[in-house]
Design a protein around this ligand. Structure first.
Ligand code: SF4
Length: 256
């Protein structure tokens, strides 16, 4: 028995380079409902290459929601219409036969378009390089029980550490704010004993780098939490604000 395919109209943002003027280009695809969204784009690109046309540039790596590389705005929503999944975990069965789907890159000042649907998210790497790590001496692996941590605390830190750095929070925010990302990265260390030695310096450096790179301010719309594929909570943003204020007071660097 032949599989019923979905006929989809695509309107894909094509832009030949960072400074080129982009526009939506229409394509028709016939695809299995069981195909993932990225497999659908693979099929589109196979067809374009067979016609000697330039394939659509988009990013992907693990294709299992872990690496944070994929990221498209689908029908106006980062990672598409389903909650708590990355673009690579979205399947075509979530769309209707005959539907028109708009596909765009993440749009934010700090994430310039490289080509078509691929954007430069190295700003996130620069924020991590500014302090999103713990400095530890190498050596033998310590006993797991040598630093007791309350279950509730370790669970909260683990939830924060689930951030995959995809950037959907920035794309979802009308201000292009990176507060959810930065707050998750600050929280995962601020909650644990291992993060204490560099706690103050970390939050000051990461927030300064975030501001320097052109991310906007948080105005508490919670769009970031709604679109986050890992369900990172805005509670982290409240913690980031407390961490930042506390660090500024301790360094006697508060502007009044
Ligand atoms: S907080 Fe969520 S949306 Fe933002 S980078 Fe992390 S995983 Fe992606």
């Amino acid at each position: 028995m032949s599989e019923k395919k979905l006929n989809i109209k695509l309107k894909i943002w094509r832009q030949s380079g960072p400074k080129a003027v982009g526009a939506f280009v229409s394509y028709n695809v016939s695809v299995s409902p069981d195909a993932s969204f990225l497999e659908m784009l693979d099929e589109l690109n196979d067809g374009l290459e067979r016609k000697s046309e330039i394939p659509v540039t988009f990013e992907s790596d693990c294709r299992e929601g872990i690496c944070g590389t994929c990221g498209l705005v689908i029908n106006g929503e980062p990672h598409g219409p389903m909650r708590k999944i990355a673009t690579c975990q979205l399947h075509m069965r979530n769309f209707k036969d005959g539907e028109t789907i708009y596909v765009e890159p993440f749009r934010a000042k700090a994430f310039p378009v490289i080509k078509d649907l691929a954007v430069d998210r190295s700003a996130f790497d620069k924020i991590i390089q500014a302090g999103g790590f713990v400095s530890v001496n190498t050596g033998g692996v310590p006993d797991a029980n040598s630093i007791p941590i309350q279950k509730e605390v370790s669970a909260e830190a683990f939830d924060s550490a689930a951030c995959i750095g995809c950037g959907a929070c920035v794309a979802a925010c009308k201000n292009g704010s990176a507060m959810l990302f930065v707050s998750a990265k600050v929280s995962q260390f601020a909650l644990l004993p291992q993060g204490q030695p560099e706690r103050q310096k970390r939050v000051e450096s990461m927030v300064a780098k975030m501001d320097e790179l052109g991310f906007g301010s948080c105005s508490n719309t919670y769009a970031c939490e709604a679109e986050c594929p890992k369900g990172i909570s805005v509670r982290n943003i409240a913690r980031l604000n407390r961490e930042y204020f506390s660090a500024k007071v301790k360094s006697k660097n508060v502007e009044v």
